[in-house]
Write a new protein. Structure first.
Ligand code: SF4
Ligand code: SF4
Ligand code: FES
Ligand code: FES
Lengths: 157, 550
């Protein structure tokens, strides 16, 4: 198999497995680790994860395709996930979306040419009290305004 | 059952009280008293998924309807399988199942044997309320393996096929991918559904999502008739149904046998067959069937009718027997039915005493074996031959290589070959035989299909295939099972036992069996291993012969 974790990640996997009564229960964690390490999860990565957890590859593929936050395709360095559910929409998410599209020159689901940004819209992020909100990679940004958004995007290397 | 008997519980189903063993699911319990509860995902051979919700029933004192495939009967339970509430739920479930289902029935090969169709007519029958567009799936009429075609839109996501691949074939090719209304059945990317048991998913798919590539569009299911038989392709002897069509010869290129389907026998094959067995029937309607008795003179074969061919065979065999320098040999086939083997044994030893019996279980097939069903011995009746002392374990019976040595030494004056295509066997068995056959003054061949070996014979008898004659075969563990006669033998072909009997008569004996069953009755009388057996006793499930060692 051509893909594999470096030694330290393999240690992590072992630790993850120890958390659960069944080896297969670690699948979520291990996939997330794989995503971090390989960028996104290809069938090849699924085969590798399957071998680590003694699972059929088809089982791993079921899990990966069930959850939208496992990436099946490469994304930019910064993955923008803008909430477009009701609270955020009421608080101006639509304007923000237009602003991002215009600024980055991409549509929802697309990645900028140099590979820096990918834009997604997502369901409620569970942070309605800070609406409108978005996540960039692992970090949540709330109470957004167009200005704040501009500054934020400009500040990213 | 080992240990103590299971407790019995009293349960009321649809107003009547019954006693069931504790732990029986409501669905199975109802079935056992003749009440069919509709279901998609439940299959007795697989784990319980509880995915389709078609099997909902009402249990008194429980607020919600329960799935009967999972809930077990218990003392005092009062169950309704068909009241208004249940019917309404069923109808609603069907509506869900049909939300994204295409209107394919007229062009779908499952038509006529589709549970979705059947249940809709029985339990649905509503006018569609749907205004939305259906969600389209990508793979339609898409080949996912050597035998199976996938149509994702027709799938009701019952997961039977997935569980089969996980639990039975353990090959894990299939999964349900994506989520919600985009959920779809598929093989893992770039994988093929190619386990040796792949086509079983076609049988268990309740709808037309997984179809048999071989059978697809050959004929409609409702034109088929069915007869019980035993798979001839290995010594497991899986129980099968033969589906055939005689009334519409313009279908399926005139082939009578349309498909084989597994028939459940928990002692032998559960609900399954392997793909090798499933597609092993093609030879029956092949163009190369031997259709009449042939006599070859100066390289030209001519159909002489049975009478002349039998007389010629008898005369030639007797001449050969008269010579003191050479022997007569009979190559016995482990694919012949017990009845035929029995007559072979008697006719030759009685009419041509001293005839040398030869036995080989070699076949042209790969000796595949696993711990699911397939057995290395690719013959249906090796065990039957063994129990009648026709295998080289008995000192008088030769192996193929002993025969070859004798042939090359010029000691064989005549060879009667049953079914074996010696020259078509793997190298280790066939080596030298093309030449050796030429050295035998008289070769008689009895078989179903023309082959290089039959081409070397001077006299050829057309034998009925397993589906064209009645007979029994004995599987590897000694279980004697019946292969029914499904349809008439092609052209002039005759059941093997009848050919041997006629030859015995032509040789001057008197044999007057009217049916295979009569032969079997004598066999059971004279062969100790089969003592006490009869067709009736064997029935549809088979019966293990007495002396059968495991
Ligand atoms: S393909 Fe058939 S067996 Fe498999 S999940 Fe769909 S409906 Fe069930
Ligand atoms: S396992 Fe043997 S008997 Fe069973 S279906 Fe396959 S070939 Fe036929
Ligand atoms: S609607 Fe946007 S966070 Fe809840
Ligand atoms: S058969 Fe019971 S839920 Fe499907």
């Amino acid at each position: 198999m051509s893909v594999s974790f470096p030694e330290k990640d393999r240690k992590l996997v072992e630790e993850m497995i120890r958390h659960y009564p069944h080896k297969k229960s670690a699948i979520g964690d291990v996939l997330y680790l794989a995503q971090k390490h390989f960028g996104y999860i290809t069938p090849e990565v699924e085969l590798y994860v399957a071998s680590l957890l003694d699972l059929p590859a088809s089982y791993v593929h079921q899990v990966v395709t069930f959850y939208s936050m496992y990436l099946k395709k490469p994304v930019g360095k910064y993955l923008i996930m803008l909430c477009d559910n009701v609270s955020c929409l009421l608080c101006g998410a639509e304007d923000l979306l237009g602003r991002i599209k215009e600024k980055l020159g991409i549509e929802v689901g697309e990645t900028t040419q140099e590979g820096k940004f990918t834009l997604w819209t997502v369901e409620c992020l569970g942070a309605c009290e800070q609406a409108p909100v978005m996540m960039i990679n692992d970090k949540l940004y709330g109470n957004l305004t167009p200005d704040k958004l501009d500054r934020l995007l400009d500040s990213l290397e | 059952m080992s240990g103590k008997e299971k407790k019995t519980v009293k349960t009321v189903i649809d107003g009547k009280e019954y006693a069931f063993p504790q732990g029986t699911t409501i669905l199975e319990a109802a079935k056992s008293v003749g009440i069919e509860i509709p279901h998609f995902c439940y299959h007795p051979g697989l784990s319980i998924a509880g995915a389709c919700r078609m099997c909902l029933v009402e249990i008194e004192k429980m607020p919600k309807l329960q799935i009967s495939c999972h809930m077990t009967v218990d003392d005092g339970m009062v169950i309704h399988t068909n009241n208004e509430r249940v019917k309404k739920a069923r109808k609603a479930m069907l509506e869900f199942h049909l939300v994204n289902h295409p209107l394919d029935c007229p062009v779908c090969d499952q038509g006529g044997e589709c549970n979705l169709q059947i249940y809709y007519m029985m339990h649905g029958n509503y006018i569609s309320r749907l205004r939305e567009n259906k969600v389209k799936k990508t793979k339609k009429a898409f080949q996912i393996g050597p035998h199976v075609m996938l149509d994702q839109e027709r799938c009701v996501l019952c997961s039977r096929c997935v569980r089969f691949c996980q639990e039975i074939s353990k090959s894990n090719e299939l999964g349900i991918f994506q989520r919600g209304d985009r959920e779809e059945i598929d093989v893992f990317p770039d994988m093929q559904l190619n386990s040796p048991y792949s086509a079983n998913v076609v049988d268990i798919c309740p709808v037309g999502a997984l179809l048999d590539k071989d059978f697809r569009f050959k004929t409609r299911a409702w034109y088929l008739e069915s007869a019980d038989s035993i798979c001839p392709r290995c010594s497991r002897g899986c129980n099968i149904e033969i589906h055939y069509n005689l009334n519409r010869p313009w279908k399926n290129e005139g082939r009578r046998l349309a498909r084989l389907k597994p028939r459940c026998n928990l002692e032998v094959n559960d609900w399954w067959v392997c793909d090798e067995g499933r597609y092993s029937f093609k030879f029956i309607d092949d163009d190369n069937r031997i259709e009449g008795p042939l006599v070859r003179t100066d390289g030209k074969a001519r159909n002489t009718g049975f009478k002349e061919a039998l007389e010629l065979a008898a005369e030639s065999l007797r001449n050969s027997a008269a010579s003191t320098d050479v022997e007569i040999a009979v190559l016995v086939s482990p694919r012949a039915a017990n009845e035929e083997l029995y007559l072979l044994k008697h006719v030759f030893s009685e009419q041509l005493p001293g005839t040398r019996l030869v036995f080989s279980s070699a076949t042209p097939f790969e000796p595949t074996e696993d711990d699911i069903l397939r057995k290395k011995d690719k013959n249906s009746n090796t065990r039957g031959a063994e129990l009648m002392g026709l295998t080289p374990d008995s000192a008088q019976v030769w192996s193929l290589s002993e025969l070859k040595d004798a042939v090359l030494a010029g000691e064989i004056g005549a060879l009667y070959i049953c079914y074996h295509d010696i020259t078509g066997l793997p190298e280790e068995f066939s080596a030298g035989w093309a030449e050796a056959l030429e050295r035998i003054p008289l070769v008689v061949y009895q078989g179903t299909n023309t082959c290089p070996t039959s081409e070397k014979a001077q006299i050829i008898f057309p034998a009925a295939a397993f589906a064209e004659r009645e007979g029994t075969v004995t599987n590897f563990e000694g279980r004697v099972q019946i292969q029914q006669k499904v349809f008439e033998p092609l052209s002039e072909a005759l059941p093997g036992w009848q050919i041997i009997q006629s030859l015995g008569v032509a040789l001057g004996g008197s044999y007057e069996y009217e049916s295979a069953e009569e032969v079997f009755a004598d066999l059971a009388k004279n062969e100790p291993a089969f003592a006490g057996l009869s067709y009736e006793k064997i029935g549809s499930g088979g019966f293990v012969a007495k002396d059968a060692k495991a």
